[in-house]
Design a protein around this ligand. Sequence first.
Ligand code: NAD
Length: 481
Amino acid sequence: MKIAVLRERADGETRVAATPETVTKLIGLGAEVAIEAGAGELARFPDADYQKAGASVGSAAAAIKGADIVLTVRRPAAAGLAGAATGALVIGAMDPYGNEGEIAALAKAGVTAVAMEFMPRITRAQVMDILSSQANLAGYQAVIDAAGAFDRAMPMMMTAAGTVRPAKVFVMGAGVAGLQAIATAKRLGAVVTATDVRAAAGEQVESLGAKFIMTDALKDASGSGGYARELTKDEQAAQAELVAGHIAKQDIVITTALIPGRPAPKLVSKAMVESMAPGSVLVDLAAERGGNIELTQPGKTITTANGATIIGFTNVAGRLATSASQLYSRNLVSFLETLIDKKEKVLAVNWDDELVKATVLTRDGAIVHPNIKFEAAPAVAKPAAAKAAEPAKTGATSKAAAPKKAAAPKAEAAPAAAAAKTAAVAKAVGGKVKKAAPIVAPVAKTAVPKKAEAKTAAPKAAAKPAAKPAAAKPSTAKGKK
Ligand code: NAD
């Protein structure tokens, strides 16, 4: 059983899918681990440390040759997987919505693509939840980025020269990232308020010592699975009224609001930003899905005419490459433990396991996930082979609600036998092949950098290297799940 880990190809991606620590664990599971040279470099894991842990380190071709499992952070291009064993499991954040053509190319390449972001949010799978592990870090980093761009101190300081008042921080969206942002801002000494549309979030916000703000007009907009539903027009207006009055008095705003399968809700208008004092800082963690702030430019940091800074990084977890890789790679090992027969030390996938059914996108040459539809393309469309040779597209989460047209005829990607399997799997998970409703958060929220980000003029905090050593800190939001 060979496991390959390649260097990430996506622009701006700093993370790696295995660390020396997880290599040791993988070897303990009976695997032979092959790492592409330099794979961990940006996350501060040198090749020598992988070798010490027992991995072989070499070229991409050597690593991939005969691999039964390929671990990645982002979806690799199908062409980059040539040489892997037939049916090899390719496990990572696949970002399938809007990228169905790339998923079809993976199917055609004969690999089994597994989307970690589709992991069900059930107790058993918490340890495999990449959305949570990465969002937790992103919430922390958002506050650090805000503090770095802020021209004043965060805590109250009583000095001989007088008192510095604490910064006022407002967090919008109190899910995993938002709760960690609240905890981090509190630790820095800010006065923190937060809002969410789920009433249950109120108690969690208050348990962190922040004040929860919610309009009476909005009793509770909880949707299914603990996620928020989209607000009605009236609810949106009531929320905007509440936010407008509050935001004008804030120094820092961190937005994290997302709704599964929808573009990020616009919560902060241009007028609201203009109501803030010069030097105010806004960090939009929803930037990769279009942003919660009207003025956000995904991948960029901008300064508005009234002197507010809006930070729109799109791979925020990647700014903590070491910590993010450590947690991400542990999530992968936890999942792999369920796919491997520990006694026999061989791959033994239970295709009926709910975790497997929820995450496997392609199998035996076909797309098998009920939520991923690959439409037949007109005759003039680019052939699938050409598509497969293209690099993996990333940074397209804002396209999530508008899947693009497929580039290859359906039959090419899904032979008849495989299509029958698609229907069988769809049935097994209670969905329909063509119109199944999403069963999990359908967007890789934590794993999509934009090309622009690398070129962006960074705020003060961004002057540091993209990857820096991890800082130990409690995972406050975790206990709230
Ligand atoms: P998310 O990333 O989908 O959204 C972030 C937050 O934005 C959510 O709290 C959401 O309610 C909020 N939001 C949406 N629209 C908003 C609006 N208009 N205004 C203000 N806020 C808005 O959420 P998440 O961080 O993935 O967490 C979603 C839920 O899943 C939470 O209840 C969380 O506790 C739960 N969760 C469960 C597990 C588990 O394994 N059981 C793991 C992680 C998260």
